[in-house]
Design a protein around this ligand. Structure first.
Ligand code: AHR
Length: 498
């Protein structure tokens, strides 16, 4: 298989936020997974577990979205500030009906992001919250002047305002966020976003409008038509991003399929459904182009990943699932797709970061493990802030009668340090392939490669946490025409070429 790379054609900036993450008040994501409280025996800094924070920093987390998801449209931020003992308790109606004691709130979220060194994406409540409530949250978080709300923030221990990089005006307002029509939501968006004031003119908050579920072109079209006036003055600053949610669900919602116990047929089914992401980006992108031909508004794929049946014996409302090499391939394919569409896709958040859905980290008490998906993010991290390079890969069609996919898929970038980074996925469950890379002009002098491989259902468990891990890949040959190697079945390779 030949991989052609034209290092002379840089095709666009890969926004680091494409490698973003999502943490919702759902199951054991926030509580236990990230936040254990100051008095926990699990080592922590101000309540944030240190093992998880260190692993996420090493992975290169650029952005974190919080507090939901469906939870966001039932979240009232004032319940989550002030002394913990007096914080209001509530039932988490969306996720398992468990008690939410609000011990993780606004201050804790920003503390976590400060420890991670990542950008902040706060999702506001349109479904059951008022404009005043949203406007006051923005003031509490970002205003540096004199006001009762800034006094309250100071009283609660934070002198200076925080930086809100992104603010979501509602979540899934076509569903759990209020079951709205696109026209109705878009008018609410106009109103709510007006009160997301820009107190820090140097660092404006980027406003994200609720976009479509999967292939709902009608939603995209009506929201783009209605949410702002199509004049130059109104265009800028009214909408910086439009979200898109697409999960890979192998079967139907009532029976999605097991995370670990699956057939080769289901392997190809899952990968082919993942590749549908590219069509969705192109389809919604074409509608956005009608209103925004210069691609000023980002497509923010702020929920993506595998959604399987929960692990047997766990709370169905907690969405806890294992993670195998199949998840690694799904992550690799999606991230390559986002890279290749970086002219429009300016952010993406995998759902979710810890212990929920396609998590990069799983925890059990004081134990923590890195999933195959974690390793993919680690192998891809230098794509963040790089320039996408033109590439073309010769492929053949593989799979089963019903579910066809290309055998290989790639993306290539020029990193900030001038290194060419190639990330390549082998979608075959059984076959390896020889790969020859050819550059336009470049004569490579050195190559450093790592690989993630294993059986299609290989997973890390708390007893064997390193079954699947990133390893050095030495079997690479370099000559004056390029670089060649054989990519094993069911694997992801990352090559850094100087
Ligand atoms: O990630 C789980 C849920 O999926 C989110 O809360 C919601 O936005 C989506 O339906």
């Amino acid at each position: 298989m030949k991989l052609y790379i034209n290092e002379k054609n840089q095709k666009g900036y890969i926004h680091p936020e494409i490698y973003g993450h999502f943490s919702e008040h759902l199951g054991r994501c926030i509580y236990e997974g990230l936040f254990v409280g100051e008095d926990s025996e699990i080592p922590n800094v101000n309540g944030m577990r240190s093992d998880v924070v260190d692993a996420l920093k090493e992975m290169g987390i650029p952005l974190l979205r919080w507090p939901g998801g469906c939870f966001a449209d039932e979240y009232h931020w004032k319940d989550g500030i002030g002394p913990k003992e007096t914080r209001k308790k509530m039932i988490n109606t969306n996720w398992g009906g468990v008690l939410e004691d609000n011990s993780f709130g606004t201050h804790e979220f920003f503390e976590l992001c400060e420890q991670l060194g990542c950008k902040t994406y706060v999702n506001g409540n349109v479904g059951s919250g008022t404009v005043q409530e949203m406007s006051e949250w923005i003031e509490y978080m970002t205003f540096d002047g004199v006001s009762p709300l800034t006094d309250e923030r100071k009283k609660n221990g934070r002198e200076k305002p925080w930086k809100v990089d992104y603010f979501g005006v509602g979540n899934e307002n076509w569903g759990c966020g209020g079951n709205m029509t696109p026209e109705y939501y878009a008018n609410l968006y106009r109103r709510y976003q007006t009160f997301v004031h820009q107190y820090d003119k140097e660092n404006p908050i980027q406003k994200i409008c609720c976009g479509a579920n999967v292939d709902d072109a009608h939603w995209t079209s009506k929201v783009m038509e209605t949410a702002f006036d199509h004049t130059p003055e109104h265009f800028h600053g009214h909408m910086d991003g439009l979200s898109l949610h697409y999960y890979t669900v192998p079967h139907v919602w009532e029976h999605k399929g097991s995370a670990t116990d699956f057939t080769e047929e289901e392997w190809y089914l899952t990968l082919s459904k993942t590749l549908y992401m590219e069509k969705l980006i192109q389809m919604h992108g074409a509608i956005m182009d009608q209103y925004d031909p210069n691609k000023v508004i980002g497509m923010m794929v702020d929920e993506w990943g595998n959604w399987f049946d929960v692990e047997p014996g766990t709370n169905p409302g907690f969405l806890y699932q294992q993670n195998t090499m199949r998840d690694a391939l799904v992550a690799a394919l999606n991230l390559n797709i986002f890279n290749k569409n970086c002219d429009r896709v300016k952010m993406a958040c995998i759902a979710q970061m810890v212990n929920v859905l396609q998590a990069v980290i799983l925890t059990e008490g004081a134990k923590m493990l890195l999933t195959p998906t974690y390793h993919v993010f680690h192998m891809y991290k230098k794509h963040q802030g790089a320039q996408l390079l033109e590439s073309f890969l010769e492929t053949t069609e593989i799979g089963t009668e019903e579910h066809k996919v290309p055998n290989l898929q790639e993306s290539v970038s020029m990193t900030k340090d001038g290194i060419i980074l190639v990330t390549l996925a082998n979608l075959s469950a059984t076959d390896s392939y020889p790969v020859e890379m050819a550059f336009a002009e470049k004569r490579s002098t050195s190559v450093k490669a790592t690989i993630l491989s294993g059986a299609m259902d290989a997973a890390n468990t708390f007893d064997k946490p390193e079954t699947v891990k990133e390893e050095a890949f030495e079997d690479v040959t370099m000559n004056e025409n390029g670089v060649s190697f054989t990519i094993p079945a069911c694997s992801v390779i990352s090559l850094e070429i100087c």
